[in-house]
Design a binder for this molecule. Sequence first.
Ligand SMILES: Cc1cc2nc3c(=O)[nH]c(=O)nc-3n(C[C@H](O)[C@H](O)[C@H](O)COP(=O)(O)OP(=O)(O)OC[C@H]3O[C@@H](n4cnc5c(N)ncnc54)[C@H](O)[C@@H]3O)c2cc1C
Length: 695
Amino acid sequence: MTSETDVQKSADGSTPGTPTTPPPARPAFGRVTGPAGPGDTALATALQKVLDGHWADTRRTTREAMTPEVLSPIGLSMEEHREHVLGQLSRLAETGIPKLGFRKEDGGAGDAGGVLTAFEMLGHGDLSLMVKAGVQWGLFGGAISNLGNEEVRRKYLPDAISLDLLGCFAMTELGQGSDVQNLETTATFDRETGEFVVDTPTPSAEKAYIGNAARDGRLAAVFAQLITPDKDGEPDNHGVHCLLVPIRDSDGNDLPGVTTTDHGHKGGLLGVDNGRIRFDKVRVPREALLDRFGAVDADGLYSSSIESDGARFFTMLGTLIRGRVSVGAASGAAARTALALAVRYGLVRRQFDHPETGKGIPLLEYREHQRRLMPRVARAYAYACAQNAIIAELDEFEKFPDYFDDRRRREMEAHAAGIKAAVTGWANETISEARLACGGAGYMAENRLTTMRADADVFSTFEGDNVVLMQLVGKELLTAYASEFGDMDQVETVTFALNMVADVVQEKTRASTLWQKLVDSVTDREHTDLLDRGNQLELLVDRSEHLVETVARRLRKAQGEDGSEAFKVFNSAQDHILAAGRAHMDSWVFEQFVEAIEACEDEDAREMLGMLADVFVLDVVDRDKGWFLEHNRLTTERTKAATAALNRLCTKLAGKARTLVDAFAIPEFVFDVPMLNDGGVDAPVEAAAGAEGLG
Ligand SMILES: Cc1cc2nc3c(=O)[nH]c(=O)nc-3n(C[C@H](O)[C@H](O)[C@H](O)COP(=O)(O)OP(=O)(O)OC[C@H]3O[C@@H](n4cnc5c(N)ncnc54)[C@H](O)[C@@H]3O)c2cc1C
C-alpha cells in the first residue's frame, strides 16, 4: 500500500478534515499540464492493460478489424442506414467473431467472455450495428442456444451464426414490457394435429419494438403463455415459454397469419428495423417449442424439471442475461468514446485569455470543466473493470455451471442487472455532459456526440428498464441468502426481511479477502482518512448495508398482512429499495475496481489508478453528502474537505487527461472529426511539466 499512501500525500497533503499546513500556492487558474497531442504512451499502455482485462487478445483483434465503416454514417435515409448496417453485420459475420459466443458442439467457439468483449468494442462505433448484432446473435441466437434442444440447435444455429437466417427476439408486447411474466400471446397445443397455435388474442398482446421485425427477420423466437389440454380437455397454462415461429418468406413477405408493421423513425438507432408482430392463429409444429425447461409430448402432456411456473420462467430468463451484460458493456464503451472526444476537445479549445499570460485558456484548465469530466473519467475506469468482472463471472458460469450454487448464480444475475442499470444510466448522462462540454461543436452531427446520445438513450430501457432492474438488485439484497431458493413475492420478501437480512449482508461483504486485507491495512484507527482505501470501502459498504437494514425495518410493518397490504408497504419503501440497490452497485463496482488496481503491476499505473479510485469515492461523497451528513457518517468539516480534495485531484488528473483517455484504446479513426481538426480550435496546449505535473 506504499503507493496509495504516497497518493494521499501528493493528492491532498493532509488527512481530510484535519487542519494542517495549507497547500502550496497555486496559479490563479489550475494549469493543465498535459500535452494535447498523444499522452504518455508508456503509462497509457500500462493503464490499457488493466482496462483490457482478461480478454485483451479479443479486444486487440476486434480493434484491428474495426474500420471507419463501423461508425454511424451521417445523412443517410432510414432505409439506406438499415442497408448499411446489414452490410456491416455481414462483414462482422465473416470475421468469425459472432461464432465465439456459441458452444463448440453448436458450431461456435465456446468463448462467452470473448464475444461479450468483442461486442463491447462495437460500442465505439455505430450503436445500430451493435444493437442489430445483439438482436441477431445475442437474443435470437441466444434463445435458441440456451432454450433449445440439440436437434433445434443443429437445425437453426449454423444459419443464424452465418447470417443466412435473420431472426427476432419477440418478448415485449404493447401491454406488457417490464412485466413479461404476464404476456398475453398464447401458444395452445392442438392434440389433433400435434401443433401449437400461436395467437395474439388482444390488441395489447401485439409484439412491439422488436428488432429485425420490420424488415430483415425471417424467424422469430416468440414468448407466449404455453397452454396444453389437461386430462379433462380444459386449458392448462404453464406460463411463458419460447417458440420459433417463421414470420416471412425468403422474399420478405409476411407469412399467412402473420402481420408485421414498421415502427419507422425512432429517437435513435436509425439503422435497426424495429417493428410489431401480430399472430392470427399461426400453426407451428410441436418441435417449434424451445423445450429445455418445459416440454410437451405428442399427447400434449407437459413436463418440466422445475415445478413452479414463476421459478421456471425466471430460470429461463436467467440463461438470457448475456444481452443485458452486452448492453451495459457497449454503453460503457460509448461513454468512454464521448469522454475521450470531450477531453481531446477540452485540451485544444481555448476560451477567454489568461490575465497573466494573455494566452487563451484551454477549456480543461477551468475547474468546472475538470469537475464535469474527470469524475466521469474515474467512473469510466471503475465501470470498465466491473464490466470485465461480470463478463468473467458469466464466462465461468457458462463453462462450469456446476461451480455455481443458487446463491452464486442469483448474485451474478443481480450484478448483471445492476451493472446494466448503473452503466447505461451513467452513459446517458455522460454522453450528454460530453456533448455540452464541446459547446456548439458538440451539437454538430459530424462530431458524433449527438448521434451517440440519441442512440444510447434507449439502452436505459431495453434489456430491462433501469428502474425495474435496480429494484431487482434491491430485492435481491433483501432475499439473497434466504435458505430456500424461491422466487419470492412481495409478502415473502417482506417476511424474510424481518429475520435475517442485516446479519447476512454484513457477513457476506466482510467475508471477502480483499475487504479483510484493506481493512487490516488501515492505519488510521479513527477512520477519518477518506483517501485510505480500506476506509473508502468501509464507507461505501456501510452506506449500502445501512440502506438495506433500514428497508428491512420498514418492511417489518407488513408482517402478517395480506398481499394488498404487503404491496402498500413495499411500494411505500420503493425509493428506499432503489437507493439500496444503487448504493450496493457503487460499493460492488468500487470493489471490482480496487481488485483490478491491486492486480496491476506497473507502479505508475497503480498510482494513477489509485487517484482515480480516490476521485470515484470523493465524488460519491460529494454527490451524496446529504446522506452521509444526515446519517452522521461524516461531519460537515469532512464533507467540505472531501470536496476540496476532489477539486484538487480533478485538477491533477486533468494534467494527465489525454493519457487517461488514450488508455481507453479507442480506434484512432473515431477521433477524425472536424471539431478536433479544423480551424475552430487553437494550437495545442503546451506541456508545462512541473507546475502540477505528475512526474
Ligand atoms: C428501440 C427498442 C428496441 C427494442 N427491442 C426489443 C426486442 O428486440 N425484443 C423485445 O422483446 N423487446 C424489445 N424492446 C422492448 C423493451 O425491452 C421494453 O421497452 C422494456 O422492457 C420496457 O418495457 P415498456 O416499454 O413496456 O415500459 P414499461 O414497463 O411500461 O415502463 C414504463 C416506465 O414505467 C416504469 N416502471 C415500470 N414498472 C415499474 C415498477 N414496477 N416500479 C416503478 N416504475 C416502473 C419504468 O421505469 C419506465 O420508466 C425494445 C424497445 C425499444 C425502445
